[in-house]
Write a protein of this length. Structure first.
Length: 208
């Protein structure tokens, strides 16, 4: 009986939960808890928004909500109607300048509004499609507050530490958010190491 219990304890260490978790030690400075936390925990900290950490470690680009897009559409249509009324006033009062100017502005506003709203819809669709891959890379990553590094304790899918900008570029590129990279992130170079694991459509290993 004692032998059976011993064998069972070897199969299910740590209270039957399987293999013990890998200790998160920063590969750059050697720090561990409490300086080292998962990226989700670091972003959820009360001081994260004020320090800008949540922005530097953002999982995905910010996008306009459907409600905001609806407001933009209504605002654009309201301005279009005003310009159309100006053109109508020019016709009635025989003022060609008002007629032409109002008509041109009405068309430009109408087309511009549709272009903006459609672009916002495309942005939402892109982020929604890439979010599962972004979460797959974002959730297991750890942030070290001592040296501002981001790393994966297991060394996978990326071996070695990254800066917060490198980490964000890596996640966004792998998730297909390449077009959403700002000029600063576009200039960021990832270390010459190849992460493991499959890439998502539109993503690339080691570069954007």
């Amino acid at each position: 009986m004692a032998t059976e219990k011993f064998e069972a304890s070897k199969e299910t260490p740590a209270g039957g939960l399987g293999a013990a978790p890998v200790m998160a030690v920063c590969p750059r400075c050697g720090a561990s808890e409490p300086s080292v936390r998962t990226v989700p925990d670091a972003c959820a900290a009360p001081d994260s928004p004020g320090s800008g950490l949540s922005d530097r470690l953002a999982k995905a680009p910010g996008v306009e909500s459907r409600f905001d897009s609806s407001l933009h559409f209504l605002e654009g249509m309201a301005l279009t109607v005003v310009c159309a009324g100006l053109a109508q006033h020019g016709v009635q009062d025989d003022k060609p300048l008002f007629t032409i100017g109002g008509a041109v502005l009405a068309v430009l506003l109408f087309v511009g509004t549709l272009w903006v709203v459609r672009g916002e819809a495309r942005e939402r669709a892109t982020v929604a499609a890439g979010r599962p891959r972004a979460e797959e890379l974002w959730n297991p990553a750890h942030h070290c507050a001592s040296c501002e590094s981001v790393f994966y304790p297991t060394g996978s899918p990326w071996a070695g530490p990254l800066t917060t900008d490198q980490f964000r570029k890596y996640v966004w590129t792998e998730a297909g958010f390449t077009k959403q990279l700002d000029e600063k992130l576009k200039q960021v170079e990832l270390p010459p190491r190849t992460p493991t694991g499959p890439t998502a459509p539109g993503g690339a290993h080691g570069h954007a």
